[in-house]
Design a protein around this ligand. Structure first.
Ligand code: NDP
Length: 343
């Protein structure tokens, strides 16, 4: 059963009220409400209101600081923009440090934002898109918790480690891709479990290391990386760059710290920003125009660009609002009424 559509703003306000009622300060509640609303708006259900429950559970368990005020380190003249999330959600820290990242990347040609001591349970595309809005190309990555077996292994070790890339397009929506380096995001396995649906072949192993399509068995066992050894290596790179290199937790360490995969993971995050003009300086051709030639050739073959589906969904939500199911509305009302007592 469906319900009356909510405007994007109405949904955002309701989610923010839930988080405020749960004791999150305005920076934390606002930043989390914005990314989860964006998930619903762009029809990314695995990173929309479905994440409210996990957010509240993590607050209730005391594994994230709902009152955190992120701290931006002073400019030390380098390309590193350091922000300490103070144990809060990554999104509030990202919002604080983004203008400095953009300014530094434009000045130096490239810059990196290092977020430490944060909890991250959102999609990465809102962050990568926000960097491209400054006319910069971007890469974003972070570990997760150990739920993925390396290719050839059987035990959870790597995280689902998301990786996103963005390229700014002056005349339209940016080119963005954003995916888990596991064969699918763990939220997708959970959504299959709730719907009583079998997983596609090749997503997971059970706890004895045998291939399984049973979501329960997969959640108790290990997921697999995408693309075999290639995804396994990219995921390992993310542990190295966005965990070890920035002095923060790797996915096995996150799991040790949390003791559970039902809470949102605490670790660090790495955001790289590049100025295409600075890199292409003195070389023939305008990088933005050349990129358009490439995109035209992709679309010209009948292929679509990543995120085109999302941008279409976004336009639809702006025109028609966001329709939630009756169950989802009831759940939202429950969260609004009960706050942390709802979880
Ligand atoms: P998907 O496989 O759903 O999508 C990956 C990307 O590929 C999207 O940009 C998508 O664009 C694009 N895409 C899909 N199909 C096509 C196609 N046919 N042609 C061109 N492009 C295509 O992603 P995942 O399930 O792996 O990940 C989902 C989300 O989970 C991500 O946003 C990720 O950040 C998040 N995540 C977060 C974690 C965390 O700890 N914070 C951990 C793991 C994942 P489009 O959207 O337009 O379809």
């Amino acid at each position: 059963m469906t319900t009356t559509p909510l405007s994007i703003e109405e949904l955002g306000t309701r989610i923010e009220q839930v988080f405020a009622h749960a004791g999150m300060n305005p920076a934390q509640a606002g930043a989390m409400a914005r990314v989860l609303t964006a998930g619903e708006r762009d029809h990314c259900k695995s990173h929309g209101i479905y994440r409210i429950e996990g957010t509240l559970r993590t607050v209730k368990a005391g594994k994230v600081n709902p009152q955190a005020v992120p701290v931006l380190a002073p400019d030390d003249g380098t390309a590193l923009v350091r922000v300490d999330a103070q144990g809060g959600f990554a999104n509030a820290a990202f919002e604080l440090a983004l203008p400095e990242l953009a300014a530094r990347a434009k000045k130096l040609g490239m810059a990196a934002m290092v977020i430490n001591d944060c909890t991250h349970l959102a999609a990465l595309w809102p962050e990568v898109e926000a960097v491209t809005a400054h006319g910069l190309a971007a890469m974003v990555m972070c570990p997760s918790y150990a739920t993925v077996a390396p290719t050839g292994g059987t035990d959870p070790l790597l995280g689902t480690n998301p990786f996103a890339f963005g390229w700014p397009r002056p005349a339209g929506d940016p080119y963005i891709f954003d995916f888990a380096t596991s064969v699918a995001a763990r939220g997708e396995v959970e959504l299959h479990r709730r719907a009583g649906k079998a997983l596609p072949e090749g997503w997971a192993l059970d706890k004895d290391g045998n291939p399984t399509t049973d979501p329960e068995a997969a959640l108790a066992g290990a997921m697999l990386p995408f693309g075999g050894h290639k995804g396994s290596a990219i995921s390992t790179m993310i542990e190295l760059l966005a965990g070890i290199m920035i002095g923060d937790l790797t996915s096995p360490e996150v799991l040790d710290y949390l003791g559970s995969t039902t809470l949102a993971p605490r670790h660090g995050e790495l955001i790289l920003a590049f100025s295409p003009e600075a890199f292409a300086k003195g070389r023939p051709g305008d990088p933005f125009a050349r990129a358009e030639t490439l995109f035209d050739a992709i679309i010209g073959q009948g292929a679509r660009l990543p995120s085109q589906r999302r941008f279409r969904a976004r336009a639809e939500s702006a025109a028609e609002g966001i329709t939630l199911s009756a169950d989802e509305i009831a759940q939202l009302e429950r969260f609004q009424r009960l706050g942390l007592d709802a979880v």
